[in-house]
Design a protein around this ligand. Structure first.
Ligand SMILES: *Cc1c(COP(=O)(O)O)cnc(C)c1O
Length: 379
């Protein structure tokens, strides 16, 4: 391979003069009475794009999950049902509020939380479901919604990986009680670090606005805090980057989908390799192109990653089940509804995220495809 010295990173943003210009303008002007101008523009454009009433810019998505749980008064003695296989940020805030995460299995095709498993795990202590739109796939929103309504549960969608994905023509973020997004540098829209909480529920929004500003109701100028709370705000320079990114939203999502299409075509000759799903009536914004090769290949994710690394290609392992991590060792109450052999564990054992950043062009996808072919066929 002639270009083997060219390292291919796994993720990264698309930053143009538009974002750089806004960031410079924010550094110069977003002070005094204009300190919130870029945050307000970013939030307004985000809310309009996603199709919700309220968007609240945050330092990261984890803050959004923490605020959502706190705003609903979820705490000690409460249980929150979560997928066992997700990034730990989806679940860690359950501990922040003193509640108990309850891990359940995921579906084989979308890799998102299994509604049947959710239903089986509901107890009299259950207060909320956190569904995660994993690697761009949409969770089974209709069934989750019905379950949440039937049992009076709060439905929070962690859409950190699915900005731009749609469900029956509606954007991720417009369907549940509340949704959260991440703008970490690896995500579809990037501000370096950053997050957004969105909802169309006025009361929930008002509660989040107070909780995220040390218990100051919006408009308080006299520092008369009404309770002890948190401080979660995004800086103006980050919001300026986000505004530029959201003005390029269609272009960014199109680019993500093009990268996936190149991979799909390039890998179509490999038998028994599943890619991110796009079930009927949904579109996938393919945050991370992910392969799950059949177990018959006899290679787990770490072996495939080693093979890619030897060829100077970066990759990531499919998230490992939280119930198997040291962080959640000794938490039998959290794992009590997991089946003996969860589907998600096998997927998580085999799956690998391929380079999917905006630096990917067709030639780079070809190179990754050829490498995968050689690794899987051991040629
Ligand atoms: C990235 C990510 C988060 C957390 O985002 P931060 O902005 O880093 O807090 C949460 N959930 C999922 C599924 C993610 O991929």
């Amino acid at each position: 391979m002639s270009d083997v010295d060219d390292f291919i990173p796994v993720a990264g943003p698309s930053i143009t003069d538009r974002e750089v210009g806004y960031a410079a303008e924010a550094a110069r002007t977003a002070w005094y009475q204009n300190h919130n101008v870029f945050n307000a523009r970013f939030e307004a454009l985000f809310a309009e794009t996603v199709g919700v009433k309220h968007a609240v810019s945050l330092p990261h998505c984890t803050a959004g999950i923490h605020l959502a749980l706190a705003a609903r008064g979820i705490g000690a003695g409460d249980e929150v049902i979560v997928p066992d296989v997700t990034w730990i940020a989806s679940v860690a805030p359950v501990d922040y509020v003193g509640a108990t995460p309850v891990f359940v299995d995921s579906l084989a095709d979308t890799w998102c939380i299994d509604p049947d498993a959710v239903e089986a795990a509901i107890t009299e202590r259950t207060r909320a479901i956190i569904a995660v739109d994993l690697y761009g796939s949409m969770a089974d929103w209709a069934r989750l919604r019905a379950l949440a309504e039937k049992h009076g549960l709060f439905l929070l969608e962690d859409s950190a990986e699915a900005l731009g994905s749609t469900w029956h023509g509606r954007q991720a973020g417009s369907l549940g009680d509340a949704w959260v997004f991440s703008f970490h540098g690896s995500k579809t829209v990037a501000t370096g670090e950053g997050g957004m909480f969105v909802t169309s529920d006025d009361a929930l929004h008002a509660r989040v606005m107070t909780l995220r500003d040390h218990g100051r109701p919006p408009g308080d100028r006299l520092f008369l805090n009404t309770e002890v709370a948190f401080k979660y705000k995004m800086s103006a320079v980050q919001a300026a980057l986000g505004l530029g990114q959201m003005e390029r939203f269609d272009e960014l999502i199109e680019h993500k989908r093009r990268i996936f299409a190149w991979y799909r075509d390039r890998l179509s000759g490999l038998q028994g390799v599943s890619l991110n799903a796009e079930p009927k009536d949904t579109t996938n914004s393919y945050w991370m192109v992910t392969i799950v090769p059949d177990a018959d290949y006899g290679l787990d994710k770490f072996a495939i990653m080693d093979g890619l690394k030897e060829r100077n290609i970066d990759s990531r392992p499919f998230f490992s089940p939280l119930s198997t991590l040291p962080a959640y060792a000794d938490r039998p109450e959290s794992a009590r509804f997991l089946p003996a052999a969860p589907r998600a564990h096998e997927i998580a054992r085999l799956g690998v995220n391929l380079p999917s950043g905006y630096h990917m062009d067709e030639a780079k996808v070809d190179r990754v495809g050829a490498a995968l072919e050689a690794i899987l066929r051991r040629s």
